[in-house]
Design a protein around this ligand. Structure first.
Ligand code: NAI
Length: 468
C-alpha cells in the first residue's frame, strides 16, 4: 500500500493531521499502537480526567448542599463504579468518534506498533506479531509523551498504590489519603477529584508555589483557594524516595532550605512530576532522526526533522505538552505537506487547569515580562464585583490582563475563576489580532456575564473599571 502521508500516533496531533490532510485530498494512513484512537488525551488523559472532574464537582456541590439557594437535598451516595462507567462511556464516545472521522475521511487506520524502517517505509506490527509494510512519501511522527518518573528517583509504579495519572483515573475505591508529588496541572486536577470524593490530599512540591508556570499572583491565589477547600501543601520539598509499605506507601522528601529529611505515609501516592517525549521503538535511530538535549525530536520551523520526508509534531517535539498545541501543529503540518502555507502562533497558546475555580492563561506572565525587560501595565478585576458571579455564588478569583506600556497591545491574560477555560479565548483572539486593552475595553459585552470581568480588567488598564 502506498500513501502520501503515514502518521504514527492518533492523539490530537496525529488524528488532527490525518483528517486535515485527507480533507485537502491526500491519501493517508494512521498507525496506532493502542486498540483505540485518540492517544493519551482521549484514553487516559484530558477526556477521562474531565469526566471525573465534572462528576466529582457535581457530587461535591450536592454534598455541600443548596440551603442558600432555598432548597434542601439529601446527602449523595457515592457509587464509584458507576462514576467510572460514566468516565468509560465518555472515553468510548470520543475514541469511537475519531474512528468514525477516519472512516468518513477515507483514512486507512492500522492498529499496531509503527516503526520507521527507512524514509518512505513504515512497518506495522500488530499485537499478534503480524507485520505489514506501508510505503509513503512522507511520515509524521506524532507519538506523544509518556509518564516521566521523578528525576533521579526510581519509582516502581504498580498503578494501584504508587500511581501515575493513568492509575489515578481508575482507583477502585476512594483512598483515605493520597500524597501527590508535584503541584503542577495533573497534581492539581486529580488532587481535586479525589479530595472532592473524600480523600485527604497532601501535595509535595519542589518549588515554592503551585502551578509553577502560571502568573505568580494567580498561582498564589489558586493555592489559597485549594487550601481553603482542604488540600494541603508542602512547598520547597524535594521528593527523594517513594516506596510501598505495609500501610500503603511512604514518601521521603528533603526540605530544600534546611536539608532536613522527612517521611510521610498515605494509602496511595500519585507521582505527577511531568511527562517525557515518547520515542522508543519508533525506529528513529535506524533512519538517523536527531533528538535534542531533552530527548525530543529535533525539528525546524516547518516541523521537518533532519531526515527528508519525516516530520514531527506534538508532545514529542519542543513546546508545551498540550493537546491543542499538538492539534494545531498537526493541522498546520498537513497544510505544509500539501504545499500550502501553515503556521502556529506559539505566543498565543492558551493553557487551562480544570480545577474549581478554573485557571486559564494565554501569553506572557508578569514574571516573564519583567525578565524580558518589557514595560507593561496591569488591569485586574475581581469576580466579587461581578453581578453574574454573585448570582451564581462563583465570586472566587479575578481576571488579570497585561498590556504593553508603550503600545497598549495585550501581551497576556490570566483568569482564575468559574468558566475561565471559556473566557480565556476572547483574550486569545484579541492577541491573535494584535489587539489592545482599549479594543477589549470598548467592546460591548453582554450583561450580566462572567466575561464582563474581562472587559472590566481591560478598562482598568486604559481607563477605569466601572464596577470597582
Ligand atoms: P507539571 O510539569 O505541570 O508539574 C510537575 C511538578 O512537579 C512541577 O511543579 C515540579 O516542580 C514538581 N516536581 C518535579 N520533581 C519533583 C520532586 N522530586 N519533588 C517534588 N516536586 C517535584 O507536570 P504534570 O502535572 O505531571 O503534567 C504533565 C504534562 O501534562 C504537563 O506538560 C501538562 O501541561 C500536561 N497536562 C495538561 C493538562 C491541561 O492542559 N489541563 C492536564 C494534565 C496534564
Amino acid at each position: 500500500m502506498s500513501y502520501d502521508v503515514v502518521v504514527i500516533g492518533s492523539g490530537p496531533g496525529g488524528y488532527g493531521c490525518a483528517i486535515k490532510a485527507a480533507q485537502i485530498g491526500l491519501k493517508i494512513a494512521v498507525v496506532e499502537k493502542r486498540p483505540t484512537f485518540g492517544g493519551t488525551c482521549l484514553n487516559v488523559g484530558c477526556i477521562p480526567s474531565k469526566a471525573l472532574l465534572y462528576a466529582s464537582e457535581v457530587y461535591a456541590e450536592v454534598n455541600r448542599g443548596f440551603d442558600e439557594l432555598g432548597f434542601k437535598v439529601s446527602k449523595p451516595n457515592l457509587d464509584l463504579i458507576k462514576m467510572m462507567d460514566y468516565k468509560q462511556l465518555v472515553i468510548d464516545s470520543n475514541t469511537n468518534g475519531v474512528a468514525f472521522l477516519f472512516k468518513k475521511n477515507k483514512i486507512d487506520a492500522f492498529i499496531g506498533m509503527g516503526k520507521i524502517l527507512a524514509t518512505g517505509k513504515v512497518e506495522v506490527t500488530a499485537e499478534n506479531g503480524t507485520k505489514q509494510i506501508l510505503k509513503t512519501r512522507n511520515i509524521v511522527i506524532a507519538t506523544g509523551s509518556d509518564i516521566a518518573a521523578i528525576p533521579g528517583v526510581e519509582v516502581d509504579f504498580d498503578e494501584k498504590v504508587i500511581v501515575s495519572s493513568t492509575g489515578a483515573l481508575s482507583f477502585e475505591e476512594v483512598p483515605q489519603s493520597i500524597i501527590i508529588v508535584g503541584a503542577g496541572v495533573i497534581g492539581s486536577e486529580l488532587g481535586s477529584v479525589w479530595h472532592r470524593l473524600g480523600a485527604k490530599v497532601e501535595v509535595i512540591e519542589f518549588l515554592d508555589k503551585a502551578l509553577g508556570t502560571m502568573d505568580g499572583e494567580i498561582s498564589k491565589q489558586f493555592q489559597k483557594l485549594m487550601e481553603k477547600q482542604g488540600i494541603s501543601y508542602k512547598f520547597g520539598a524535594k521528593v527523594i524516595d517513594v516506596k510501598k509499605n505495609s500501610r500503603g506507601a511512604v514518601v521521603t522528601f528533603k526540605k530544600i532550605q534546611s536539608d532536613e529529611v522527612k517521611k510521610i505515609e498515605a494509602d496511595v501516592v500519585l507521582v505527577a512530576t511531568g511527562r517525557c517525549p515518547y520515542t522508543e521503538g519508533v525506529g528513529l535511530q535506524t533512519v538517523g532522526v536527531a533528538l535534542d538535549e531533552c530527548g525530543r525530536v529535533k525539528i525546524d520551523g516547518h516541523w521537518r526533522t533532519n531526515v527528508r520526508g519525516i516530520y514531527a509534531i506534538g508532545d514529542v517535539v519542543k513546546g508545551p505538552m498540550l493537546a491543542h498545541k499538538a492539534a494545531s501543529e498537526g493541522i498546520t503540518v498537513a497544510e505544509v505537506l500539501a504545499g500550502q502555507a501553515g503556521d502556529v502562533n506559539f505566543d498565543v497558546i492558551p493553557s487551562v487547569v480544570y480545577t474549581q475555580p478554573e485557571v486559564a492563561s494565554v501569553g506572557r506572565t508578569e514574571e516573564e515580562l519583567r525578565a524580558a525587560g518589557i514595560k507593561y501595565k496591569i488591569g485586574k478585576f475581581p469576580f466579587t464585583a461581578s453581578g453574574r458571579a454573585r448570582a451564581m455564588m462563583h465570586t472566587d478569583g479575578f481576571v488579570k490582563i497585561l498590556a504593553c506600556s508603550r503600545t497598549d497591545r495585550v501581551l497576556g491574560g490570566h483568569i482564575l475563576g468559574f468558566g475561565a477555560s471559556e473566557m480565556i479565548h476572547e483574550i486569545a483572539i484579541l492577541m491573535e489580532f494584535g489587539g489592545s486593552s482599549e479594543d477589549l475595553g470598548r467592546t460591548c459585552h453582554a450583561h450580566p456575564t462572567m466575561s464582563e470581568a474581562v472587559r472590566e480588567a481591560a478598562l482598568a488598564i486604559f481607563a477605569k473599571p466601572i464596577h470597582l
